[in-house]
Write a protein that binds this ligand. Structure first.
Ligand code: G3P
Ligand code: CA
Length: 263
């Protein structure tokens, strides 16, 4: 995809389905990822943890409480795959999704078509790096179809060092100081961290006050791709497309695709 009149610095500009098409289907389930491809997403994004017995599973929160409607409060790092696989993570969204299971990273990778990509967000620490490398290198996807993304600087750094064949985005969210009203991190800190980690991309929270044209221009000048999340409003999506973002991550891929690409 290519936003009208704007050329990004990545190979192509993408609509990324956040936790799958998670407005319509239960986040981080195979149902949500299949729905994303149906809605013509260019890529999917999912969140991943390492289990106690060394498997990589797809889950956003630190526990399973919310996505099991309060029926189980398991922490993935302290649970086995079998314990996690017992849980129903579909019913909380709608009864028609009853029985959806927490997927393994392999299963999520297997949904990606030849023309699609996946943003693999790491929600735990560097202990996942080696098992992650094994799973990703065994997958039948081409390296350019896989991007590792993470808030944790050390994970991004190690991902770049140990698996340089995959791109990696460092994720940034912002906090405002109550007294000075200043947002942090600022542009200099973001540029410095991107440099330190060796990230190939910047994944930014869609905070319009911070993410200005200047901010984006400076990051692109450093040769770093610009990606934004989570944008569900068409007008906001158009703003980020015009700023030249390489991707827009959304819970509503069909609607946002239509807003920025016309269908
Ligand atoms: O794509 C990055 C974004 O998903 C980070 O936020 O909380 O939705 O994982 P979160
Ligand atoms: Ca995520």
């Amino acid at each position: 995809a290519c936003w009208t009149g704007v050329v990004g610095i990545g190979e192509a500009q993408m609509i990324v389905a956040h936790r799958g098409a998670s407005f319509d289907a239960p986040e981080n389930t195979l149902a949500a990822f299949q729905e994303a491809w149906k809605q013509k997403a260019d890529a999917i994004e999912g969140d991943f943890y390492l289990t106690k017995d060394g498997h990589i599973v797809c889950l956003h929160d630190k526990t399973t409480e919310r996505t099991t409607a309060g029926t189980a409060k398991l922490n993935p790092a302290e649970s086995t795959l079998d314990q996690l696989r017992d849980l129903d993570v579909g019913s909380w969204k709608h009864e028609k999704y009853a029985g959806e299971r927490i997927p393994l990273l392999d299963e999520v990778l297997a949904t990606v078509p030849q023309s699609g990509k996946i943003l693999v967000e790491i929600k735990c620490g560097p202990e996942i790096i080696e098992p992650l490398r094994v799973v990703l290198e065994k997958s039948s996807l081409r390296p350019e179809q896989i991007v590792i993304i993470c808030f944790n600087e050390e994970v991004v750094k190690q991902a770049r060092e140990k698996m340089p064949q995959f791109k990696a985005n460092w994720l940034t969210s912002y906090k405002q100081d109550k007294d000075t009203k200043m947002w942090s991190p600022n542009l200099d800190t973001v540029l410095e961290t991107l440099g330190k980690t060796g990230a190939t991309g910047w994944g930014t929270q869609g905070r319009d006050e911070v993410v200005t044209a200047e901010f984006v221009r400076e990051i692109r000048k450093a040769g770093i791709e610009c990606h934004v999340w989570t944008v569900d409003e068409p007008a906001q999506a158009k703003r980020y497309a015009t700023l030249g973002f390489d991707s827009i991550t959304t819970n509503k891929p069909a609607e946002i695709r239509k807003a920025v690409l016309g269908g």
